[in-house]
Every structure is written in structure tokens, then in C-alpha cells.
Design a protein around this ligand. Structure first.
Ligand SMILES: [Zn+2]
Ligand SMILES: [Zn+2]
Length: 184
């Protein structure tokens, strides 16, 4: 598939992800469907939150398109192994869960596997309801990422987020790896 022929926002996702693949296109369609259902665009801060039920290529489309990112804390990974994504709009207290239903768009390739090229083309061309199912959900937004003080580990001397420290019997602050290694 010629990269230049792709929609601009998909090109942006490809640039972020590093390659074009069926998983990314699944995430692209899912992210677009979720944003359209909520009537939202990109998340500058933390007004959008994505709960992603897998840790595969598709997730990067949410990071690139909607700016729900691991680093900002408004992307949460649920290790369920499903191509399903919940997008929440904090401001208006609305959420939708988008589930990939487009396995029927796969075409067998010459080697007996899936013809990836044909699958990607079908994923892009199919109407949204053949690619994803959109369900409204009740999902209270998680608390915004907290800014925590950094403490110094008494063992290794490195700074560590306060909530990830252990206080030893003698009252010293240890980071988790040091606490485990020293069995305090
Ligand atoms: Zn990929
Ligand atoms: Zn330490």
C-alpha cells in the first residue's frame, strides 16, 4: 500500500508506530469511531482517557491520533488480550467501548495466512459498522495523574516517586528494587 495515498491522520499514526500494519489500521478505525461517537478530537491534556484491552500495534493509533498516551497517564492498559478500547471524555462524563468485529474482512493469502495488504485495504474501505461495534458504557474517569514528590532511596541514592517507596524497620526510605534485593 502506497503510504502517500493514505489519509493524513493515518500517515501520522504510521510515523509514530514505525510501520503500516493491519493492527495499526484496526486501531485507526477504532480510534476514529470512538472519537466520532463522542464528538471529540485530540486530547491536549487529560480530558480524554483510553482504556485499551491489549498491548499490540492498534494501541499506537490511539496514542498518535487522540493523544491518549502512556506518558500522560491517560492511556491505561487492561491485559485482556482483546481488540477492544474504551474512550472516556472526562469533561462530559461520557464513554464508549469500541470492539473490533472485522475478522470477516480477512482474505487468505498465497501462503495460507492472511493477505495483509488486502486486509488493510478492506479495513480502510469498509463502513465503520463492519469494522467495529460501538457500545455506550458507564465508566467513571479515573483520577487525574498525580504529581508526586520524589524521595531519595537511602540505599542506591536515586530519586523515586513517593508512592513507590518502602519504609524500612529502621525508618529509612528504600526504592522497590533495593527493598527487594536487601529484603528489608
Ligand atoms: Zn504494527
Ligand atoms: Zn534504591
Amino acid at each position: 500500500m502506497d503510504a502517500a495515498s493514505l489519509p493524513d491522520d493515518l500517515q501520522k499514526a504510521v510515523a509514530f508506530h514505525g510501520h503500516l500494519c493491519p493492527g495499526l489500521v484496526i486501531g485507526y478505525r477504532a480510534a476514529k469511531a470512538a472519537a466520532a461517537a463522542l464528538g471529540v478530537g485530540q486530547s491536549e491534556d487529560e480530558e480524554l482517557v483510553a482504556l485499551v484491552e491489549n498491548n499490540s500495534c492498534s494501541v499506537d493509533a490511539f496514542q498518535a491520533l487522540l493523544s491518549t498516551t502512556f506518558g500522560k497517564g491517560n492511556l491505561k492498559w487492561l491485559d485482556f488480550g482483546k481488540q477492544a478500547f474504551t474512550l472516556m471524555d472526562r469533561g462530559r462524563g461520557r464513554a464508549v467501548r469500541v470492539v473490533f468485529v472485522g475478522d470477516g474482512l480477512k482474505r487468505p493469502g498465497p501462503d495460507g495466512g492472511t493477505d495483509r495488504e488486502a486486509f488493510m485495504q478492506a479495513l480502510l474501505a469498509a463502513p465503520a459498522d463492519q469494522v467495529v461495534r460501538v457500545e455506550p458504557v458507564d465508566a467513571p474517569p479515573p483520577p487525574e495523574a498525580r504529581i508526586e514528590p520524589s524521595l531519595i532511596c537511602a540505599c542506591c541514592g536515586e530519586g523515586v516517586q513517593a508512592s513507590r517507596t518502602v519504609t524500612t524497620y529502621s525508618g529509612e526510605t528504600y526504592c522497590l528494587p533495593c527493598a527487594q534485593r536487601e529484603a528489608v
